[in-house]
Ligand binder design. Structure first.
Ligand code: GLN
Length: 247
């Protein structure tokens, strides 16, 4: 169903921004799907027509969409999602054509070369030069960091919950330097290369970080002229969480 979503565009319309929610049946554990709603809403409020497409893991991914979103997941669904994305192949095709990918936690880990799930090493998609192993503790709690200055964003504010640790290779840049929490390895958090960006920041990632949502929209639309929006509520949430982590 499409309940709560913008109406799909008429057949043949190709001027829509196409947002793909990848595998809601496997990668939707922490309400990360809210990121889809936020991107759709922020685009529509700028007058950009949007099509949201939810693709279950038994369906083929479209190769020609603009933004692909991958959420968090428990180990079993995460391993299955990686296998199906590898055999599908269209996420690779989309990235090669310049599509934007925003991936959270399990979705982020599976973009690398390998990750651990249920004690077993699993092949990832090799879309980012990184791999994940298991850490000594589970990382649960507030996550904050100073974002790579080249991205021109205010500090990242988020919440993390993962057992994995992620190690970056030379072909990828850290999204942020950790100021609170663990992120990849207690020093860096997330990764990006080109238009592919991953983070350990969960469910409310884009509601807490509207500037990050707008970065993804700028990448996808190729325009730097997005009208400012009223982000009072996001700003309040950010201020509240940032104050909480300083205590
Ligand atoms: N299963 C992965 C881990 O624990 C990812 C968890 C998640 O998406 N929150 O590291």
């Amino acid at each position: 169903t499409n309940a709560g979503y913008p109406a799909p565009p008429p057949p043949g319309a190709d001027s829509y921004l196409r947002l793909v929610w990848v595998y809601p049946d496997l990668l939707s554990t922490y309400g990360d799907r809210g990121n889809l709603l936020i991107l759709a809403r922020r685009a529509q409020r700028r007058g950009i027509p949007v099509q949201t497409i939810e693709v279950r893991s038994d369906q083929a991914l479209p190769a020609a969409a603009d933004i692909y979103l991958l959420g968090g997941g428990e180990d079993g669904p995460q391993a299955l999602a990686a296998q199906r994305l590898i055999s599908d192949g269209n996420l690779h095709r989309a990235v090669n054509q310049g599509a934007v990918v925003f991936a959270v936690c399990a979705g982020y880990q599976l973009l690398g070369g390998s990750f651990f799930a249920k004690g077993a090493k699993c092949a990832g998609l090799n879309l980012l030069d990184l791999y994940s192993d298991r850490g000594p503790t589970r990382a649960v709690g507030e996550l904050a960091g100073d974002i790579d200055p080249r991205l021109g964003l205010p500090p990242l504010s988020g919440f993390e919950n993962h057992g994995g640790r992620t190690h970056l290779g030379p072909g990828v840049s850290a999204l942020a330097r950790v100021t609170t929490g663990i992120g990849n390895d207690e020093s860096t958090e997330g990764a990006w290369r080109g238009h592919v960006l991953g983070t350990y920041s969960h469910g409310p990632a884009l509601s807490r970080n509207p500037a990050l949502a707008d970065l993804l929209l700028r990448w996808a639309t190729g325009t730097n002229n997005l009208a400012p929006l009223d982000d009072t509520w996001s700003d309040r949430l950010r201020a509240e969480r940032m104050a909480a982590v300083r205590v």
